[in-house]
Design a protein. Structure first.
Length: 402
C-alpha cells in the first residue's frame, strides 16, 4: 500500500512525483495516472490507495490424458509474468510455463524427466507486486491410488487355479503369474500394454518346485527374476534369484543364488539395483537392504531400517516401489486393500509413514474387478498403471492410477 498526496486544483498535464513514480493529471478524465494506477476525482490532501489486486488460485488443477501437462487456474489484472522455481524440478530445462490470458490459465508442460519432488513453486508477478503458491503435481506423474480407475480384468483359469504372485515386463507387454496349486509361473503377452484383459498365454512356464512363492519381481532388462518363498517342505524360507538365459522368457529360468530370510512375501528394488526392500509377512515388517553388487541378492547387506505395517494390515503380501523412491505400495488381504506408504527421504525406509491412503478392492463384489484375498501387485515404472491379482474368481485386473 502507498500513502499518496496530490495538490488541489491541478491543471491538465500537471505532473507529481511520488515514490519514484510520475503521476500525470488529465483534466478531461479528471484522473491522476501512473503505470496503470489511476486516481479518480479532483482529490487533495492525504489518502491511501491499494494497488490492483494480484491473486493466484490453484484450487483447480487438471491434467491431460498423458499426465504431462498441468493447468492451474489463476486470476490477475494485467502485465503478468509466471515462473516456476527450480527446486521442484529435476532439471529446469525440462519444464516451462505458458500463460493463456484469454482463459486465465497457466500451463506447465513437463518434459522427459519427471519432477524430483511433488511440489513446485509457482510465482506470478506484475509491475507492482507478486504472488507465490506451492503446487502439488504428484497426480501428473501417477503413483496416486486416489485416482484409481478400472481398465480391464481377466480370469486365468485355463492355466491357473489360484493366482498368488505376479510381475510384468517394464513396457507392459508381458505378464507373469504363478499358481499356488501347480507350483508354476506362467507367461502371457498383452496386446495392449499393461491391459491384462488383452492377455494371451505364451505356452511358456517354469516349474519351481513344491514351494509357496507369494511374490515375484523382474529385472528391467528381463535377465533376472526373484521369487519370495514363504513356505516349503524341503527348503528354508528365502528369496530365490533366477537367471533367464533368454530375456523375458520364463521357460529359460534357472536358479542363481538365494538369500535366506523367514516369512518373505515380496521384494522390490531401487531402479539402479543398489537397494532392495523385503516384505516379511511373518513379522509384518518391510526391511531395507543395500546390495554391494547391483541386482545380485547374494551380495545383500544387513538391514539398514524397517517399517512395521501391522497397524493397518496384518496379512501383507507383495510390495512395489515408486521410481523416485518416495512411496512403497503394499497389498494385503486382511482388509483387501492396496496401501501407499510415503517416505519423506527418498529410498530411506526409516522416514516411512502411512497416511491412510489406500485402494479398497472388495468394496462392492458386483464390480468386475472386485477382489478378496489379494496377493499380487505390480506398478508400472511411470506410476500410471497398477496390476493386482488374487484368489477370488482367479482374477487379475489393471487400474489406471495416473
Amino acid at each position: 500500500m502507498a500513502n499518496l498526496t496530490f495538490p488541489s486544483n491541478p491543471t491538465n498535464g500537471q505532473k507529481v512525483t511520488v515514490n519514484d513514480k510520475v503521476f500525470v493529471y488529465n483534466s478531461t478524465t479528471n484522473r491522476w495516472t501512473a503505470t496503470r494506477l489511476q486516481i479518480f476525482g479532483n482529490l487533495t490532501g492525504d489518502f491511501t490507495i491499494a494497488p490492483p489486486e494480484l491473486s493466484l488460485s490453484n484450487n483447480t488443477v487438471a491434467f491431460d490424458t498423458t499426465g504431462q501437462t498441468v493447468y492451474i487456474t489463476y486470476t490477475v489484472d494485467q502485465d503478468v509474468k509466471a515462473t516456476i522455481a527450480n527446486n521442484g524440478i529435476a532439471n529446469s530445462s525440462y519444464a516451462n510455463v505458458t500463460l493463456h490470458q484469454t482463459n486465465n490459465t497457466i500451463q506447465i508442460t513437463a518434459g522427459t524427466e519427471v519432477f524430483s519432488s511433488a511440489n513446485v513453486v509457482l510465482t506470478v508477478t506484475n509491475t507492482r507486486t507478486s504472488n507465490t503458491a506451492s503446487i502439488n503435481l504428484s497426480a501428473a506423474y501417477g503413483w496416486n491410488l486416489t485416482n484409481a480407475t478400472h481398465i480391464g480384468t481377466i480370469s486365468l483359469t485355463s492355466q491357473i487355479s489360484i493366482p498368488y504372485g505376479l510381475t510384468a515386463k517394464s513396457d507392459g507387454t508381458k505378464l507373469y503369474v504363478n499358481d499356488l496349486i501347480s507350483d508354476k509361473i506362467y507367461q502371457y503377452s498383452l496386446s495392449t500394454a499393461f491391459d491384462v484383459s488383452t492377455a494371451t498365454y505364451d505356452n511358456k512356464s517354469y516349474a519351481y518346485g513344491t514351494h509357496d512363492i507369494t511374490g515375484w519381481t523382474l529385472k528391467p532388462d528381463g535377465t533376472r527374476m526373484w521369487g519370495s518363498l514363504s513356505y516349503s517342505a524341503s527348503l528354508t524360507q528365502r528369496i530365490i534369484q533366477y537367471d533367464l538365459s533368454t530375456p523375458y522368457d520364463v521357460s529359460t529360468m534357472s536358479v542363481n543364488g538365494f538369500y535366506e530370510i523367514n516369512g518373505a512375501s515380496g521384494i522390490a528394488f531401487k531402479d539402479d539395483g543398489t537397494k532392495c526392500y523385503i516384505m516379511r509377512r511373518g513379522n509384518y515388517t518391510i526391511y531395507e537392504h543395500s546390495l554391494s553388487t547391483p541386482w545380485d541378492i547374494t551380495s545383500i547387506g544387513a538391514s539398514s531400517g524397517s517399517f512395521y505395517v501391522a497397524t493397518f494390515d496384518n496379512s501383507p503380501y507383495e510390495i512395489d516401489l515408486s521410481t523416485d523412491g518416495t512411496r512403497i505400495f503394499m497389498i494385503g488381504d486382511q482388509n483387501d486393500r492396496v496401501y501407499q506408504i510415503d517416505m519423506s527421504t527418498a529410498f530411506d525406509i526409516t522416514t516411512a509413514s502411512y497416511n491412510n491412503i489406500n485402494f479398497h478392492l472388495a468394496s462392492d463384489f458386483g464390480l468386475p474387478w472386485a477382489q478378496s484375498n489379494p496377493n499380487g501387485l505390480y506398478m508400472s515404472p511411470n506410476g500410471t498403471r497398477m496390476i493386482i491379482g488374487g484368489q477370488y474368481l482367479d482374477r487379475v485386473s489393471t487400474f489406471n492410477i495416473g
